[in-house]
Design a protein around this ligand. Structure first.
Ligand code: NAD
Ligand code: TYD
Length: 339
């Protein structure tokens, strides 16, 4: 199966490629082309394990570059597209919304146009539970829950979900939308809560807690997420939306205290700082539909996954240093030239 992965040099996309081309071969006969612009969040080192694999190819392309995207379809002729590429951080989207709308909306549109012209067996649009906005306890969002996005990031994701689904309704493109909760695991850029707190704690830097720190998130290990995507490719229905949750809701301060424990650091590192504008209080979702239709369920217990994630960051200080310095983008320009 020829799979075009967009954003495969990022956190979740790279975990997906490593899994799909890994020893267990969850998708038989998989060949992958990774289309990635290599923004600050894209890091070829995440794909070192598959770099020399004949089943893997990489193309540095901006999703918004329609002729380049079409050339990829012409040359590779993918059967399945898994669309991860996005500007993925809420805080960045608040500070600078334009790239978020460019990539998440225009980029998705460009890709959908290429798919409409060429045809594929399945287009998996990777989205987020943040499109539902803040959810009052004890409710849980199912796939029919109203969309009430709060940030430029979540609004752009909600818009791209609807755009993708319109290509199913209008043109018959076999689109499936997935909405996952907060992911954690190795190779996550240290701007999101868990990797930022781990890397700051390890460097004895303050841990900035927004507002009162009692906001609740559902935590999903990235490998559980990737297994869910494989299940979606193989067993889900086109034209449908599937939530993917980790079944583990925690207030941010509880997560941070667990990180302090795992890094053997003291609570004094915690700094209560100004709240994020428009900060969603609580995310909660049910993935009962995905479980019923595919048999998928998360298996990684949060404490075990967090311990392993802390271990990964402890063992890879150079990775953190290099992603923070933007060294990979310079390496790529020098060795391969800009497109
Ligand atoms: P990431 O920021 O780690 O990686 C994004 C990747 O997309 C990078 O490799 C980047 O270079 C690439 N990219 C960005 N703009 C591009 C463009 N214009 N053209 C081509 N490539 C471009 O993101 P992530 O955390 O791996 O998230 C992947 C997807 O999963 C996103 O769509 C995100 O909305 C969704 N998601 C993320 C989470 C989470 O907790 N991280 C949760 C639910 C859903
Ligand atoms: P984040 O990882 O940015 O994911 P999202 O906003 O998509 O859920 O943030 C997770 C939670 O942690 C969110 O409630 C904001 C909070 N947070 C902090 O308190 N301090 C921080 O430095 C960061 C990055 C996040």
């Amino acid at each position: 199966m020829k799979i075009l992965v967009t954003g495969g040099a990022g956190f979740i996309g790279s975990a997906f490629i490593r899994m799909v081309l890994g020893a267990q071969e969850p998708v038989r006969g998989a060949r992958v082309l990774n289309l990635d612009k290599l923004t600050y969040a894209g890091n070829p080192e995440n794909l070192a394990a598959v770099a020399g694999d004949g089943r893997y190819r990489f193309a540095r392309v901006d999703l918004c570059d329609a002729p380049a995207v079409e050339a990829i379809f012409e040359g590779f002729r993918p059967e399945v597209v898994v669309h991860f590429a996005a500007e993925s951080h809420v805080d960045r989207s608040i500070l600078s919304p334009e790239p978020v709308f460019e990539t998440n909306l225009r980029g998705t549109f460009t890709l959908l146009e290429a798919v409409r012209k060429r045809g594929v067996a399945r287009f998996v649009h990777i989205s987020t539970d943040e499109v539902y906005g803040s959810i009052p306890a004890p409710e849980q969002a199912d796939e029919g829950f109203p969309l009430r996005p709060s940030s430029p990031y979540s609004a752009s994701k909600a818009g791209s979900d609807l755009l993708a689904l319109s290509y199913f309704t209008t043109y018959g493109v076999p689109v499936t939308v997935t909405r996952a909760s907060n992911n954690y695991g190795p190779c996550q850029f240290p701007e999101k809560l868990i990797p930022l707190m781990i890397s700051n704690a390890m460097e004895d830097k303050p841990l900035p807690v927004y507002g009162d720190g009692l906001q609740v998130r559902d935590w999903l290990h990235v490998e559980d997420h990737c297994r869910a995507i494989v299940a979606v490719i193989e067993k889900s229905r086109a034209g449908e939306i599937y939530n993917i949750g980790g079944n583990r809701s925690l207030p941010n301060l509880d997560v941070i205290r667990k990180i302090l424990e795992a890094t053997s650091k003291r609570e004094e590192l915690i700094r209560m700082v100004a709240d994020r504008p428009g900060h969603d209080r609580r995310y909660a979702l049910t993935s009962a539909k995905l479980t019923a239709e595919t048999g998928w369920a998360p298996v990684m217990e949060f404490e075990r996954g967090l311990e392993a994630t802390v271990g990964w960051y402890r063992d890879n200080p150079g990775w953190v240093e290099r992603v923070k310095s933007g060294e990979y983008q310079r390496f790529y320009e020098i060795n391969y030239g800009a497109r």
